[in-house]
Design a binder for this molecule. Structure first.
Ligand code: ZN
Length: 145
């Protein structure tokens, strides 16, 4: 089936040009996307970003309410809270990275919706955040054991 030739951008090598299929003329990867399919992906990123921010924000708030609610009840739980602070610090660090990841998804998605292109800077930030996320998960696992 032949689809009409339209402006496309390659997600792999960033080549821009006219094309009628998803195979990139430069790198031959099947990531040669039209503005409309970039916008579809942008919409998904916006939804994922908003979901992640709401979810992690909700969990973070829930834990905070739980902890500070119990800390006010008696001295023993206040002591437990004090002992848990280093772990909490790392857990909230993890939440912060996840929220940053959500924000980056949201902003990348909005960028893609508005421009019909991918923003490479945000793409690299995403990989940087994924790296940080991996480190945070390792630290949490070590501390909780
Ligand atoms: Zn390419």
């Amino acid at each position: 089936m032949l689809s009409p030739s339209e402006p496309r951008q390659c997600f792999k090598c960033n080549f821009e040009g006219m094309g009628s299929n998803i195979t990139c003329p430069r790198c031959r990867k099947n990531h040669f996307l039209s503005a409309s399919s970039v916008r579809t992906r942008g919409t998904i990123l916006v939804v994922v970003g908003l979901f992640l921010i709401a979810l992690i924000g909700g969990i973070g708030a829930f834990i905070a309410i739980l902890l500070f609610g119990s800390a006010n009840q008696d001295a023993a739980s206040a002591k437990r809270l004090n002992e848990a602070i280093p772990v909490l610090f790392v857990v909230y660090g993890l939440f912060a990275v996840l929220i940053a990841f959500g924000l980056n998804s949201l902003l990348s998605g909005i960028w893609m919706l508005v421009t019909g292109r991918r923003n490479r800077v945000m793409f690299w930030i995403m990989w940087g955040l994924l790296g940080l996320l991996g480190i945070a998960v390792i630290i949490v696992r070590v501390m909780i054991k």
